[in-house]
Design a protein around this ligand. Sequence first.
Ligand code: SAH
Ligand code: SF4
Length: 367
Amino acid sequence: MNPSPTATSLHDLEFDQLEARLVADGLKPTHTRALWRALYRDLDSRLEVHPEFLPPLRRWVDAQAGGQVCLDHPEVVSVVPSGDQATHKLLLRLGDGQEIETVVMDYPGRTTACLSTQAGCAMGCVFCATGQMGFVRNLRPGEIVAQVLAAQRLLRSRGSPSLRNLVLMGMGEPLQNYDSVMRALRIVCDRRGLNLGPSRISISTVGVVPAIRRMAEEDQPYNLAVSLHAGTEEERTALVPVNQRWSLSELLAACRDYCHATRRRIFFGWTLIEGRNDTPAHATRVAELLRGLDAHLNLIRLNPTEKFDGRTGGEAAAGAFQEIIQAAGIPCTLRQFRGIDVAAGCGQLRATRMRSRSPALSPDSVR
Ligand code: SAH
Ligand code: SF4
């Protein structure tokens, strides 16, 4: 099946939508289950060669080969392992040539994939490599699903346990691509296929207030992560320009309403930048802001990017920041930037490659 611009990607469709399409073409519900298994259990990337389809489904697949439907199977441009092999960063090339990143991280007892949701990002956070490249386009659901499949294929090829957790913290702002993200998540959580658990999925946002309010209405228990980075309007606007559209105070109000409506904890994110937002005074301020909220604060030290002159502070400053937050009764974790040696910061592998134009490692293992 060669994708054509007018073809429908089967990876864009939820189970019921796929079934409606097959039934309209005269097939039976059992055929949907067989096709779904091929896509999401066998991780097939080419249905033409699938050995076990019953004749009607085989005929349907062959009839589609003319180009009415296709699969999302982005080219794996490179697979970059970190020195300790615990993190693999995949650079994937989409049908129109856009390149996006997916990171696979092995922790003891669990494996997490970090997904991209847009090519580029319009939010313009000054320290972020993706923000620095600007917005290109939203990803389709199938292009988000395809990243999960690529991660799962990599794990399978290494004999590792299946993927357990997802974080939507790669390139792009997931809540600016709300419908496609939610559809992709329904596809990967479908029990008949990849069967990922909604409560093991975290969606990270820079603070798209109306979409946070919409997320509070979702019936699935996805985790919400909110990237805060500053405790005053002025400081936040300097780092996160979109703060002018949705202010810190509106954002915190939406977070309070979210906690109240869902009774779920929010994971706040804070990228520590030396002297800009990592002093004890900044820590005290954020502790005050988060008081009374069911909050967890994740700290991460700045991963330097080309177009931002902020510096990475020392571990001591990060430790002192963490202690102040914890002393205020707020759980706080200092995160390691996984695979910093593979340019694992959001958008950084792509940015590095755009500069050098050299592929990293053979991507054969995930094809
Ligand atoms: N757009 C969403 C999700 C993608 S960014 C969001 O902003 O939350 C995921 C996380 O990576 C964000 O918390 C962001 O602040 C962080 N990040 C981006 N660039 C970084 C860098 N250079 N160093 C450290 N953290 C960075
Ligand atoms: Fe976009 Fe998130 Fe990067 Fe900000 S940090 S520019 S919202 S991807």
